[in-house]
Design a binder for this molecule. Structure first.
Ligand SMILES: N[C@@H](CCC(=O)N[C@@H](CS)C(=O)NCC(=O)O)C(=O)O
Length: 225
């Protein structure tokens, strides 16, 4: 199998944590896509994912799977140990509650609209005449902070986001917080349960491993960092 990704970017990081948890890394060939050089908006990559986004999983029979949730579902179902997307119907449904839309999606909106994001050339769905861009981005930032407050509340009563076990919900919240931090959106200091959970999760071997997959030095330079 192949994964189209780029080290350091938030959604690819989610899949790298999943692969480490599932001990599947040795079955994957990683194909690096140069996001900052807009390789993902060129016809060659758009044929792989018309959304122009990474990660994408390519199976040995050529099937292409985009969207981190779908990729995780596929990888999780290859082998049930550990289970990251829930075992029972209830767990399978609740594992997806709020993390994707309220946190990852909101942080993504903040990054792309309230900050220079990856640059105008790479955001073809935004009209240059749109004057509400900053305001919409800021509202996404506020939504992300609300999401952080929600998960802080959830983590007051249980060890992991979806219950007793580490799951995809934790991976999504964790990667979203990393993304938020990189975009300049700090966790409010009063959210102590969220901060303590983040420290605990950052110590997991699968998560530590992804830290070794930080942004490539050439990307940092091109980001101006
Ligand atoms: N909903 C998608 C989001 C994927 C996504 O936004 N990936 C980012 C990298 S973290 C990307 O490819 N951005 C390029 C762009 O938006 O131009 C998922 O869950 O995989």
């Amino acid at each position: 199998m192949k994964i189209y990704d780029r080290p350091g970017f938030p959604n690819p990081s989610r899949i790298r944590i999943v692969l480490a948890e599932k001990r599947l890394e040795n079955r994957i060939e990683f194909v690096s896509v140069d996001l900052i050089g807009a390789e993902h908006k060129q016809p060659r990559f758009l044929a792989i994912n018309p959304s122009g986004k990474i990660p994408v999983l390519e199976l040995d029979d050529g099937t292409l799977i985009s969207e981190s949730t779908a990729i995780t579902e596929y990888l999780d179902n290859l082998d049930g140990n550990p289970t990251l997307t829930g075992k029972t119907p209830r767990e399978k449904a609740t594992v997806h509650i709020r993390a994707e839309a309220e946190l990852m999606g909101a942080v993504d909106g903040y990054f792309h609209y309230a900050t220079p994001g990856l640059g105008d050339a790479m955001q073809p769905y935004v009209s240059p005449e749109w004057t509400g861009r900053q305001e919409w981005g800021q509202r996404q930032g506020a939504k992300a902070i609300q999401g952080m407050k929600y998960f802080d509340g959830v983590l007051k009563s249980r060890p992991f986001v979806a219950g007793e076990a580490f799951s995809m919900a934790d991976i999504t919240v964790f990667a979203s917080l990393d993304f938020a931090e990189a975009a300049g959106l700090a966790i409010p200091p009063e959210l102590a349960s969220l901060a303590a959970w983040r420290t605990k999760v950052s110590e997991l071997p699968s998560v530590k491993k992804r830290s070794g997959q930080a942004f490539l030095p050439e990307d940092l330079k091109r980001f101006g960092l």
